[in-house]
Design a protein around this ligand. Structure first.
Ligand code: FES
Length: 88
């Protein structure tokens, strides 16, 4: 398992994402790649069904790995939504 660290460059990106992510804007999920929730949901909806595919498509989760749990949760949520029976 890869160790999760926080280098100076990641800390700098995190600070800038908090500063430049205005209220109401989609939440930044992957700080290292500057990817917000909306962008990642689009990739999942387009067929990315696991972390490896997400990483290949948009780079999410390919740097420090701190966002991996959130990415997995987003993939699982999308899967369970897709498998839910249609509302009557
Ligand atoms: S936050 Fe570092 S890889 Fe996503």
């Amino acid at each position: 398992m890869r160790r999760v660290g926080c280098s100076d460059s990641v800390r700098t990106k995190m600070k800038s994402s908090f500063i430049f992510n205005p209220p109401g804007a989609p939440m930044i999920v992957c700080v290292c790649e500057g990817l917000n929730e909306r962008r990642i949901r689009e990739q999942i909806a387009a067929g990315c069904g696991n972390l490896r595919e997400l990483g290949r498509k948009c780079g999410a989760g390919t740097q420090c790995g701190a966002c991996s749990k959130t990415l997995l949760r987003m993939i699982e949520t999308q899967r369970s939504t897709d498998q839910a029976p249609p509302a009557r």
